[in-house]
Design a protein around this ligand. Structure first.
Ligand code: PLP
Length: 362
């Protein structure tokens, strides 16, 4: 089986796995402590959490603080619903291609949700924000089509409007410098860490109201006992991603060049330039994607987006870039990265192109 679904999740780095084991039981069974306990078991676990916090923080601009959460979805909910502007009843303006963690959550704001359009290239198309906007949410890198938004320009618009800026950097963190915003969400499992652990980074001076209350952990912002094992895995993955950022990006560039040759009969969705090149979202007129996936079942890839696939509904993101529902359903997404080889791509292209040809769409 060849894994080409890096936007859905990434393989766990061996270094992250190793870092986690120590905090599942540890030498002499002493690694299971509650990091909030004052005795030695607790203090050891707390030290592991704080080391990981520094490693995760190093992915962000200097200053600011990292709050650990269960997922990026939770971090985005905290930022969107907990900021002062949202609490004061202001509206949110979000791009049309946000992940549902932002798109659906923004709709819950008392002030409502405005949708900012994107062009055919998948890039934001706004030179001003609608009146009444108090919160802006734009993602750095899109999960379905890989497009990279002009976050410096977005920050300027948000500042002009006096709005609170939330950035979903889930698909960017560990691959490129993370954008500056008031609140930024990331997820360990998209950067070769474990699932079930995310982080919300808050710019210096930013205050939120908690949406989860209880024991007051994480500065009172996210109550609940932390998991040292998951956090240590996240920290190790973040450290590795920071160290390997250039090498990983160069590897992805060479895979991208090869992939474009291998899939030259397909049409790329979204900008080729303003894009993370580990995301190849392709379409071919008339293709039956479910049949294609079944015929090429030795390759793990996705139809449009992992969340949308299986629902039978055409992707909201692909429709937002102007694809009619029919063409949106003719889309596959191949995601590759650190552990993908050129041979993997060659084998995958042979299987997928043969399956397409069998449908008379070669
Ligand atoms: N935002 C983007 C762009 C994503 O790709 C994902 C995961 O699919 C999420 C948010 C949600 O992340 P998590 O799985 O940590 O909740």
């Amino acid at each position: 089986m060849i894994y080409l679904d890096y936007q859905a999740t990434t393989p766990l780095a061996p270094e992250a796995r190793e870092a986690m084991l120590r905090w599942l039981d540890g030498p002499g069974g002493t690694g299971f402590g509650n990091p909030h306990s004052p005795h030695r078991y607790g203090r050891q676990a707390e030290a592991a959490v704080e080391l990981a916090r520094e490693r995760v923080a190093a992915l962000f601009p200097p200053g600011g603080r990292v709050i650990f959460t269960g997922t990026a979805t939770e971090a985005l909910n905290m930022a969107l619903l907990g900021n002062e502007q949202a609490r004061a009843g202001k509206a949110a303006s979000v791009s049309a291609i946000e992940h549902s963690a932002v798109f659906d959550t923004a709709e819950r704001l008392k002030g409502g949700r405005h949708v900012l359009p994107v062009g055919e290239d998948g890039l934001l198309w706004a030179d001003a924000l609608p009146d009444g906007t108090g919160v802006v949410a734009v993602m750095q890198v899109n999960n379905e089509i890989g497009t990279i938004q002009p976050m410096v320009e977005v920050a300027r618009l948000a500042k002009q409007a006096g709005a609170f800026l939330v950035c979903d950097a889930v698909q960017a963190a560990g691959k490129m410098p993370v954008a500056m915003a008031d609140a930024v969400a990331i997820s360990a499992h998209k950067l070769h860490g474990p699932k079930g652990i995310g982080a919300l980074w808050l710019r210096q001076g930013v205050k939120l109201d908690p949406i989860i209350t209880g024991g007051g952990q994480e500065d009172g912002l996210r109550s609940g006992t932390l998991s040292p094992a998951l956090i240590a895995g996240f920290g190790a993955a973040a450290k590795l991603a920071a160290e390997r950022m250039e090498a990983d990006a160069a590897h992805v560039e060479s895979l991208w060049d090869r992939a474009l040759e291998l899939f030259d009969g397909w049409t790329l969705n979204g900008s080729a330039e303003a894009r993370w090149h580990g995301n190849l979202s392709l379409r071919k007129d008339g293709i039956d994607v479910s049949r294609l996936m079944s015929d090429a079942r030795g390759i793990a890839f996705s139809a449009g987006s992992a969340c949308a696939s299986g629902s039978g509904k055409p992707s909201r993101v692909l429709q937002a870039i102007g694809l009619p529902a029919k063409l949106a359903k003719n889309t596959i997404r191949l995601g590759f990265g650190r552990y993908t080889t050129g041979e993997d791509l060659e084998e995958a292209a042979a299987a997928i192109n043969a399956a397409a040809q069998a449908q008379g769409a070669g």
